[in-house]
Ligand binder design. Sequence first.
Ligand SMILES: NC(=O)CCC(=O)C(=O)O
Length: 276
Amino acid sequence: MKIALIQMKVGATPQENLAHAAQLVAEAAQAGAELVSLPEMFCCPYETPNFPKFAEAEGGPFHQSLAALAKEAGVYLIAGSVPEDEDGKTYNTSYVFDPAGNCIAKHRKIHLFDINIAGGQKFMESETLTAGSRPTVFDTPWGKMGLCICYDIRFPELARLLALEGAKVIFIPAAFNMTTGPAHWELSFRARALDNQVYMAGCAPARDLTASYHSWGHSIITTPWGEVMGQLEEEEGILYGALDFAREDAIREQLPLLKHRRTDLYELKDLTKEVN
Ligand SMILES: NC(=O)CCC(=O)C(=O)O
């Protein structure tokens, strides 16, 4: 399975970003990519007031353009994420389209990115966003794929759930920042890949120092053995990867972590009672 992660610069308006994404998706498809991912909030600068401002209901004109883009390119398209409006609430939502342009999945970011690091990054998605409440897997000709958005990666329970649901790859449209990116980005992708014996694919926006939020970039693919298979720097670019599921199966067979879990023990109990 050949994948492409589009690390694109994000401009001011959804229309210009859509046109730019379309060029890069076409380039990736021409280069042989079968599944292409865009970054988190590729349609507008990553700022909380922009989310309700640019939010659109599923099926609206932007959603239709993304479906057309997948169809024209003839690829599976993980359309990064966009602000979705439903009943006046705004979600950070990733839509997935098949090569015929059908929307086959959608993930609403489950864990909102509310952090305040002393001397570093502060961001409060909950100022304008509502959290989703459903883990997401979807079917492809290569098997099941899992989907999370950015901060969701920090919650190992979620990645484990997706792996147990059969995900062979977990895709993460993301936008880490200059405080946590250098410290935790690669480590998180390697850790989730190693724990769950899955490929992980993180697609980030290119860094733009004129924006208010500085993306770490570094779009990345990690293997079920915990290696970094490929990683970009901060500039615009496309990261390609050929994923080998026979190797994934072999790793799971030879080092059967998922089978060796002691689920009979992984529950909080009052241990003092048993000791006394
Ligand atoms: N957009 C996000 O969810 C950013 C997450 C992030 O930077 C982190 O450190 O986690």
